[in-house]
Design a binder for this molecule. Structure first.
Ligand SMILES: [Mg+2]
Length: 357
């Protein structure tokens, strides 16, 4: 099989539900841009993947990835994965571009095998429980109201993205535990908003409130800072979400004792190939590799990786808007169709694309 054409289409939509993302960080943009990558093969199979950016993704696909892909065998995913890393050495890709080609290649491979991606990857389960991962709301009362809506929708696990103020966030986390009782799994995500001292203060509050994990309190630049935090706390620290370098970097987090659980995702860890490497690396140390973020690629990963426990689904707006794929029991399944199962139509894209190659 050979790749005979590489196309990309950028689409732009008004953001349906605007949201805030902790104090000091920008929230939602007014418009959401996505660039769809389409690989055409001489076997009549097409591979799709979606880069969640506009012009920057289009530029990198046109200038670097298209020349690399034309004429190549799409089934040699491992070879092409390493070629992307070679180009990354020169180009320093944004981390979310590292897996865009790989995901489209897995789409082709799974279509050729006539299987949904997760079954091709091994397949550990057919559905998985989702946790409600909040955006940042204005007040404690509003967070508690949102939590009630999530519980009414069937969720049994909730993760907070709060304000980024250690004392206020700690009080919120404790108020939420009081509110929902002992049987709901609660997690907290610091979105790298804290220094080591604030991280320790907040971590102790989360321990007291029996949280399941403490995610990314600091930027993931200093493995030493994470190592100290892991030594000081009993609650599992979940790290290496946005750190660059895929399993090469996650290996150091694990070896140094700088994470009790690690993050993996197609989005930040180099596609399906990279995400699996991280998951298997963690598994060899009997650590969990929790899949970060939404989307159909991550659903396939959640269903294929044994040492992952939930699917993360963002909840936003009030009244809360839930992701359409979540079932009434808060479980999610992968599309049955062979491949990744993207909901994308060429005809529509050709009509609505604001830029293309
Ligand atoms: Mg996170």
């Amino acid at each position: 099989m050979k790749i005979i054409a590489v196309h990309a289409y950028t689409v732009r939509n008004q953001t349906a539900v605007p949201y805030v993302w902790r104090k000091g960080l920008p929230g939602s943009d007014e418009f959401t841009e996505q660039t769809w990558l389409r690989l055409v093969t001489d076997a009549g199979i097409e591979g799709w993947s979606c880069a969640v950016r506009g012009p920057i993704a289009l530029d990198l696909i046109e200038r670097r990835l298209k020349p690399m892909l034309l004429g190549k065998n799409p089934l040699l995913k491992e070879q092409l994965w390493h070629e992307v890393w070679e180009i990354d050495r020169l180009e320093e890709f944004p981390i979310y571009m590292m897996g865009v080609v790989d995901a489209a290649l897995w789409d082709i491979t799974a279509k050729a095998a006539n299987l949904p991606v997760y079954q091709l990857l091994g397949g550990y389960r057919d559905s998985i429980e989702a946790y409600a991962s909040t955006v940042t709301y204005a007040t404690t009362e509003e967070f508690l109201d949102v939590a009630d809506q999530c519980l009414a929708r069937g969720f049994k696990a909730i993760k907070l993205h709060a304000w980024g103020d250690a004392r206020k966030d700690a009080a919120l986390c404790q108020a939420l535990r009081q509110h929902v009782g002992p049987d709901i799994a609660l997690m907290y995500d610091g979105s790298a908003g804290f220094d080591p001292y604030e991280s320790l203060y907040l971590g102790r509050a989360l321990e007291e409130a029996d949280y399941l994990w403490y995610e990314e309190p600091m930027r993931e630049f200093s493995i030493n800072a994470y190592k100290r935090l892991c030594e000081q706390l009993d609650i599992p620290v979940l790290a290496a979400e946005t750190s660059d370098g895929c399993h090469y970097n996650v290996a150091d987090f694990i070896a140094q004792g700088a994470a009790d659980m690690v993050r993996t995702s197609w989005f930040y860890k180099g596609g399906i190939t990279g995400a699996l490497r991280v998951a298997h690396l963690a598994d060899s140390f009997q650590l969990s590799a929790e899949v970060h973020g939404m989307g159909v690629e991550n659903i396939h990963l959640c269903l294929a990786i044994r040492n992952n426990h939930y699917y993360e689904t963002l909840v936003m707006g009030n009244p809360v808007v839930f992701e359409k794929r979540i079932g009434p029991d808060a479980h999610v399944r992968a599309p049955d169709a062979p491949g990744m199962g993207h909901d994308v139509e060429l005809k529509t894209l050709e009509k609505v694309a604001v830029a293309r190659i």
